[in-house]
Write a protein that binds this ligand. Sequence first.
Ligand SMILES: O=C(CO)[C@H](O)[C@H](O)COP(=O)(O)O
Length: 230
Amino acid sequence: MSTAIRTQDELKALVGQAALQYVVPGGIVGVGTGSTVNKFIDALAGMRDQVRGAVSSSVASTERLKAIGIPVLDANAVDSLAVYIDGADEIDGRGYMVKGGGAALTREKIVAALAERFICIADASKRVEVLGKFPLPVEVIPMATQHVVRRCAALGGRAVLRMRDGQPLVTDNGQHILDVHGLSIADPLGFESEVNQWPGVVTVGVFAHQKASVCLLATSEGVQTITYRH
Ligand SMILES: O=C(CO)[C@H](O)[C@H](O)COP(=O)(O)O
């Protein structure tokens, strides 16, 4: 009988489980946001007694961590983390990522910045040659929305305000998200630096300065471990 892993849900569970090997016993772990990270949190429940706590990147992950009995610490109470474990919407061959499909990009970048290593957990559909096929999330201060829309257009991108239940989605930080279609991001480091300095941009969803150290990529054959040079 074939033991191939096929559904995306199974692939996410596989990398969620595989990420446990990077959790330092007795330490504090940085935790991202999203459906793949939810699988990691579910797996983390099995080693709850070996984890001192977590720094979380969203209200949703905080609630899930607390539900399994893991204390969630304020990011300001932590100088550094050994690892940050999170998913991605896209990852390229250098470990550069697009993130923010779950609207948590700002806090994700903050927690990632505290960590010595970013462990990206993703299924093989997230692997791309060039970033930009997935609409790029940009968290913006609402007053700056149209200014940022015009600046995206000047780069060839079509920015669309993310909606939820007929209203602009409001992030955990009280801001809005633009999803920018039609970009091809050949220079992620330069692109991230440029967009981050536009007035009204809180965070751009290109993670190049906080790129992945390792990617655990789930395929139907199992988990591939890819390590990137820094
Ligand atoms: O950046 C994120 C949330 O802001 C997620 O990591 C990204 O959207 C991937 O999510 P999923 O694991 O559900 O595919």
